[in-house]
Ligand binder design. Structure first.
Ligand SMILES: [Zn+2]
Ligand SMILES: [Zn+2]
Length: 128
C-alpha cells in the first residue's frame, strides 16, 4: 500500500500523525474502509471516523478544523453528542465539523483553526 490510490473515499483519518510527510500519506484499510495517515506513520495510528471524503480533498486540507456548523438546532442537539463524535466533512479544502453528527444541511461558520481534540460541544456557541 502506498500513497497512489486516487479516487478512493476515505472513512478514517489518523490523529496521531498529522504533520505531512514529504513522501505522501499512508493509505491503508481499517475496519473494511480506507484510512488516511498524513504523516505516513508506521504504527500507533489514532483513527478518527469521518464521513466518506475523497482522498484528493484530504491531500489539500489542513490539519485543523476551520469551519463549525452554527445551526441553532444542530448546536442544541450536539450537546447530547460526545465531544469528537460529530459529523466531519471537508468544505472548500477546509475541515468542517458539526457537533450534531447529522448528515443534514449545515451552516458553516469560519472559526480560528481548532484541533479536533480541542472541540467541546458545549463551548461552540462561544466560538461562532
Ligand atoms: Zn498515523
Ligand atoms: Zn450541522
Amino acid at each position: 500500500m502506498g500513497g497512489h490510490e486516487l479516487g478512493v473515499l476515505i472513512e478514517y483519518v489518523c490523529d496521531g500523525h498529522v504533520s505531512r510527510d514529504p513522501i505522501g500519506p499512508f493509505i491503508t484499510r481499517h475496519e473494511r474502509a480506507w484510512a488516511y495517515c498524513a504523516g505516513h506513520g508506521s504504527g500507533d495510528h489514532r483513527w478518527r471516523h469521518v464521513s466518506a471524503i475523497p482522498r484528493e480533498l484530504l491531500d489539500v486540507a489542513g490539519a485543523k478544523v476551520e469551519l463549525i456548523c452554527g445551526r441553532r438546532d444542530h448546536l442544541d442537539h450536539g450537546r447530547d453528542v460526545p465531544d469528537g463524535n460529530g459529523h466531519v466533512s471537508v468544505s472548500g479544502a477546509k475541515w468542517a465539523y458539526c457537533s450534531a453528527a447529522l448528515n443534514d444541511t449545515h451552516d458553516w461558520r469560519s472559526v480560528a483553526p481548532l484541533e479536533f481534540s480541542g472541540i467541546r460541544h458545549d463551548g461552540l456557541d462561544g466560538l461562532i
